[in-house]
Design a protein around this ligand. Structure first.
Ligand code: GLY
Length: 305
């Protein structure tokens, strides 16, 4: 059985971005699934799926990721292979195009799991990653708008972030993720993000925290989205994969994970998951989370917003 599920982040999408986001998740799921059909491994297919989302400027990852309070673009990503519990992750890296590929290089070429900031960038240079500015004009003008709103009398305090996001939903725009099962039973999950709009420089969220934003076992994989400060505190992706290993189907495991997060920390989040039979699940406590999935036996990708 082969299966793919992707997300384009939880939050509230502006009306004019909804169709673009639906097309974007559909294209990413198709790219990953077509790779599987051509014989690619779950690892290659997952990287292909996440790269498709990173390269699409509508999503908050790679090209078009959101900006820090001081107008920079610090990217986070992680990838994890279920059968071996191998993982690679990158935090706060600037000026590269595809952080998911750097996370994979960290997994495959180093003894480490997570590299951050300058060290991550040096390693990227060693691995031949080219200089790339991921900041788009659209994001730069959104950043100017949001900064202006906040400077006009809105205090910006991290412990108020949920309240702030209720008032300015555009502050939270989604992370991307992809979970893949190949026909050998391998499961791989990958997640990538620019984090949260107007974050402090140096802030790292849940995405590269193995277990929080990204987790895979031989039984299940999960990728989370939303406010990392909540997701990290309930270790959401691992919690959902643990539920699945205990026999809970991925849809119910995702719902239970989001319910637990909502009750315990009350912040915005979403999660996608998949098990080794190819069953998929997803859940969110926000208005939107573009999701697309396909598996053997389906004749086209299903998209949910
Ligand atoms: N979930 C993405 C972040 O908080 O960085």
């Amino acid at each position: 059985m082969r299966a793919v599920i992707v997300h384009g982040g939880s939050g509230k999408l502006k009306q004019h971005k909804i169709e673009r986001a639906k097309n974007g998740v559909k294209e990413a799921a198709e790219a990953a699934y077509n790779a599987l059909l051509s014989g690619a491994s779950a690892l290659d297919a997952c990287e292909i799926g996440v790269k498709s989302l990173e390269d699409n400027p509508v999503f908050n990852a790679g090209t078009g990721a959101v900006l820090t309070l001081d107008g920079r673009c610090e990217l986070d990503a992680a990838i994890m292979v279920g059968s071996t519990y191998s993982a690679g992750a990158v935090g706060g890296v600037e000026n590269i195009k595809n952080p998911i590929s750097l996370a994979r290089k960290i997994m495959e070429e180093t003894d480490h799991v997570l590299l951050v900031g300058e060290g991550a960038k040096k390693f990227a240079n060693l691995m031949g990653f080219e200089e790339y500015d991921p900041i788009t004009e659209e994001r730069r003008s959104e950043w100017k708008e949001l900064r202006k709103k906040l400077l006009l009398g809105e205090s910006y305090k991290w412990h108020k972030i949920n309240e702030l996001i209720r008032r300015f939903p555009e502050l939270l725009e989604g992370t991307v993720g992809c979970v893949v099962l190949d026909d050998k039973g391998e499961i791989v999950a990958g997640t990538s993000t620019g984090g949260v709009f107007l974050k402090l420089l140096g802030r790292v969220g849940d995405t590269p925290m193995i277990g929080a934003g990204t987790y895979t076992t031989p039984f299940a994989g999960a990728s989370a989205t939303g406010i990392g400060e909540g997701i990290m505190r309930v270790v959401l992706a691992k919690t959902v994969t643990d539920f699945i290993q205990m026999g809970v189907p991925p849809d119910m495991a995702s719902q239970a994970g989001i319910r637990m997060l909502t009750e315990r920390v009350g912040l915005s989040a979403g999660v996608i998951a998949l098990d080794r039979e190819g069953n998929v699940g997803f859940s969110k406590n926000t208005e939107n989370m573009p999701v697309a999935f396909i598996k053997d036996g389906m004749d086209k990708v299903e998209v949910v917003i």
